[in-house]
Design a protein around this ligand. Structure first.
Ligand code: FAD
Ligand code: PHB
Length: 391
């Protein structure tokens, strides 16, 4: 088999890349290990930056996000038992959208299949070969066991943080930057009405908590926990008591309801540089991971892919490799800004298990500075709603 761009992974990065390439008349094939149903059911991100929604709209896959998602014009930072609003709309004239990642994926998959795109779900033994030649190959077995060799001009490694693409780059040719945090997030989905009109990021001496939402009847809540916490060991009563204690103050409390999904998420920061090796280009979580506190992961994947699609379009239209050659530098500039923002939000809001009373007071001072100053709030609002994509 042959295609121009072989894409490994049908997550947000891989699916959006195939859509953008099709807009430019560039054919691609997506090779994915999971089933369509599994992809469409996995609960992950919830916050879409202003520019991400604009991109979905521009390419014809934003209708449901705009109709069924909710625009949020700010967030609340909660500390010392009080809420402090960061007003995005007033500070930077932009907003974010609450629309779950798996709904974005449903929209992208439906649009790509309706346009006749070639997406191979449930593949096994995916391997990359000859990525430094001008005919790189994605080798895999189809769901029915048929072995396939897909010859490409270029391979896009969009296979997420547990994928194989980045491991195809020899150790000597890449640098891995890692940071692991000494805590995780205990996440639950609950049947309940929203407790607040906007997301709440809460600092407390018991640790961080996040109040997010999915629909008018389903809420998404998280609280900082030990990274090795056993989610099954917690009763619903204990979960609610912990969440309520972390957001308490000024009469506020969470609307409770049945907990129907739970899990513990590790927190890490990771960057692989360069994001390219020969004719293999990495995009999204395959190249970098951020802790979820800044809500940047999905949005960074979208930004990478916008840069990569433009570089591929330029290559096919003019034969010039200039934009492909600068892809890694251009994309990683944004990645490092987002790494800093995600690390900063995480450090400001979470309790360090090895920290002291000094650290907690210092965090409160920092939160006062951010919420009490237009300059501080504006930086947070700019970063959270998303910087313009630079090409
Ligand atoms: P993925 O979504 O991981 O997709 C990679 C795809 O590749 C998968 O479908 C996988 O099955 C497939 N694959 C893996 N290995 C192979 C292989 N060998 N061969 C073929 N295919 C393979 N981000 C935000 O922006 N906002 C948020 O609010 C937010 N909240 C989050 C909350 C949670 C609980 C989690 C876990 C993440 C959150 N994120 C958030 C991060 C966001 O979900 C990821 O950054 C995003 O999914 C990255 O997209 P991707 O396409 O790069 O990778
Ligand atoms: C979510 O709703 O899952 C969510 C929201 C904001 C974050 C992280 C996750 O920062």
């Amino acid at each position: 088999m042959r295609t121009r761009v072989g894409i490994v992974g049908a997550g947000p990065a891989g699916l959006l890349l195939s859509l953008l390439l099709a807009e430019h008349g560039i054919d691609s094939v997506i090779v994915e290990t999971r089933s369509r149903a599994a992809i469409e059911e996995t609960i992950r991100a919830g916050v879409l930056e202003h520019g991400t929604v604009e991109t979905l709209r521009q390419y014809g896959v934003g209708d449901r996000a705009l109709a069924e998602g909710a625009r949020h014009d700010g967030i609340e930072l909660r500390f010392g038992g009080q809420g402090h609003r960061i007003d995005f709309a007033n500070l930077v004239g932009r907003s974010v959208w609450l629309y779950p990642q798996h709904e974005v994926l449903k929209d992208l998959i439906a649009a790509r299949l309706a346009a006749g795109a070639d997406i191979r779900f449930e593949c096994g033994d995916v391997a990359l070969r000859d990525v430094t030649s001008d005919r790189p190959v994605i080798a895999f077995t189809e769901a029915d066991g048929t072995a396939v060799e897909l010859e490409c001009d270029v391979v896009a490694g969009c296979d997420g943080s547990a994928g194989i693409s980045r491991h195809t780059i020899p150790d000597a040719a890449r640098t891995d930057y890692f940071r692991t945090y000494p805590f995780g997030w205990f996440g639950v989905l609950v049947e309940a009405p929203p407790s607040a009109p906007e997301l709440i990021y809460a600092h407390s001496e018991r640790g961080f908590a996040l109040v997010s939402t999915r629909t008018p009847t389903v809420q998404r809540l998280y609280f900082q926990c030990d990274p090795d916490e056993d989610a099954a060991a917690w009763s619903d009563d204990r979960i609610w008591a912990e969440l309520q204690a972390r957001v308490a103050g000024d009469g506020f409390s969470l609307a409770e309801g049945p907990i129907f999904q739970r899990g513990v998420i590790p927190m890490r920061s990771y960057v692989c540089e360069p994001m390219r090796y020969g004719r293999l280009f990495l995009a999204g979580d395959a190249a970098h991971t951020v802790p979820p506190t800044g809500a940047k992961g999905l949005n960074l994947a979208v930004a990478d892919v916008l840069v990569l699609a433009r570089a591929l379009d330029s290559y096919y239209a003019t034969g010039s490799t200039a934009l492909l050659d600068s892809y890694s530098d251009v994309a990683s500039r944004r990645v490092w800004r987002a790494q800093h923002f995600s690390w900063w939000m995480t450090s400001m809001l979470h309790t360090d298990p090895a920290g002291s009373a000094f650290d907690v007071r210092r965090q409160l001072g920092e939160l006062e500075s951010v919420t009490g100053s237009t300059a501080g709030s504006t930086y947070l609002a700019e970063a959270y709603t998303g910087w313009p994509v630079e090409f």
